[in-house]
Design a protein around this ligand. Structure first.
Ligand SMILES: C[S@@+](CC[C@H](N)C(=O)[O-])C[C@H]1O[C@@H](n2cnc3c(N)ncnc32)[C@H](O)[C@@H]1O
Ligand code: SF4
Length: 366
């Protein structure tokens, strides 16, 4: 289950997630609307294994809001919870609050660090400095969070040496998981405008590939094994929630812009905050019913994001096709060219270079 909290203290210039700056006067109404939307879901056939509060900045909510939302989930669904994650930002990690999160049942904290270098944080328009990141990780750990993940961004204001240093810094902190994202320039963001005007200095593709390769090598050498294109974890600490997306499990999302995938149908909640608050129970839009072909292609591509890829026999059992027959020459060519590898009945991206160009590889299969 995914719960979207669309509020932030300040909109970052690169961010295209549905999140509204400030709007704090709407927090009570939004939490109430979420509770209504959740309680309105009346299919008891589902068991929830993971919950992920994402955003935006979900820790903008007060403890009482989170409590009410969790109570609604508990009252509406069968629960067999293995992982409850909440995203946060360094300035938001305060001892009493994180202790309360622990008491509410959250067992994984994902902190948007982005960088440990102040000059890079400034360019990214972040409202925190690196000293606050150190404090936040220490505070989260002391308040009982053993499973801490950090997000990092690369591809701007980086050199190989500076990125290596950032990873060394991270490796000395009590974290178990790293998500490292190449900065993407999304339409309708400040960075998009700056790029159009030639005012944004980004790493070019070749250098970004070198940064990525350094990142993978360095993290793995410190025991953070890569399990997906952008995700690395100490043994046993991969994100169960995110793995369920890549392995084609059903999911449900509540809150503005949240997506769901149930009974082969994709749903999305409206992006419009006012509409959602005024009418949360009517805000699911049926977007598409996936055809068999769409489903096969999508599940194959999602599975390839994982480092250990796809078991072709399992895939045949689940989706009724043998991928070599289904994708034919396109798939064989990608293997012959060395982008994909087939071994022990599994197909997977062939190493770091293939992972870096995964989007181009996937486009050959669509
Ligand atoms: C929805 S944000 C939530 C975390 C929190 N709001 C924050 O920013 O720290 C999830 C993560 O997506 C990543 N992200 C957001 N926009 C991105 C972009 N344009 N390119 C690469 N990564 C991005 C950031 O690393 C961010 O931490
Ligand atoms: S990157 Fe995170 S903090 Fe920044 S605007 Fe997006 S959701 Fe909010």
């Amino acid at each position: 289950m995914y719960i979207h909290i669309p509020f932030c203290y300040k909109k970052c210039p690169y961010c295209s997630f549905v999140s509204y700056e400030k709007h704090f006067c709407l927090l009570d109404d939004y939490a109430k609307a979420l509770v209504k939307q959740i309680r309105n879901f009346n299919d008891r056939n589902y068991t929830v294994k993971t919950v992920y509060f994402g955003g935006g900045t979900p820790t903008i909510l007060k403890v009482k809001h989170l409590e009410a939302i969790l109570r609604a989930i508990d009252a509406t669904f069968n629960l067999d919870l293995e992982e409850i994650t909440i995203e946060t930002i360094p300035n938001n990690v305060k001892f009493e609050y994180t202790k309360a999160l622990k008491s509410l049942g959250f067992n994984r904290l994902s902190i948007g660090i982005q960088s440990f270098r102040d000059e890079k944080l400034k360019i990214l328009g972040r409202i925190h400095e690196s000293k606050e990141s150190f404090k936040a990780i220490e505070t989260a750990f002391k308040s009982g969070f053993d499973n801490i993940s950090i997000d990092l961004i690369y591809g701007i204001e980086d050199s190989l040496v500076s990125l290596e240093k950032e990873i060394d810094i991270a490796m000395n902190l009590p974290i178990k998981h790293v998500s490292a994202y190449l900065l993407t320039i999304e339409e309708k963001t400040e960075f998009f405008e700056l790029k159009e005007m030639g005012k944004l200095k980004l790493s070019d593709d070749d250098f970004a590939a070198e940064l990525y390769s350094k990142l993978c090598e360095k993290l793995e050498s410190r025991g953070f094994m890569q399990y997906e294109i952008s995700n690395f974890a100490k043994s046993g600490y991969h994100s169960k929630h995110n793995i369920s997306y890549w392995t084609g499990k059903e999911y449900i999302g509540f809150g503005v812009s949240a997506a769901s995938f149930l009974k082969r149908k994709r749903f999305k909640v409206t992006d419009n905050l006012k509409k959602f608050i005024n009418n949360p129970t009517e805000s699911f839009l049926i977007e598409e019913s996936l055809s068999n072909d769409d489903l096969i292609k999508e599940m194959f591509i999602l599975g390839l994001r994982l480092k250990n890829g796809i078991d072709v026999i399992d895939f045949r059992e689940k989706y009724g096709v043998y991928v070599f027959d289904y994708f034919g020459d396109e798939l064989q060519n990608l293997i012959d060219m060395g982008f994909l590898k087939f071994k022990n009945n599994r197909i997977f991206l062939n190493g770091c270079e293939a992972m870096f160009v995964s989007n181009s590889i996937f486009s050959e299969l669509i």
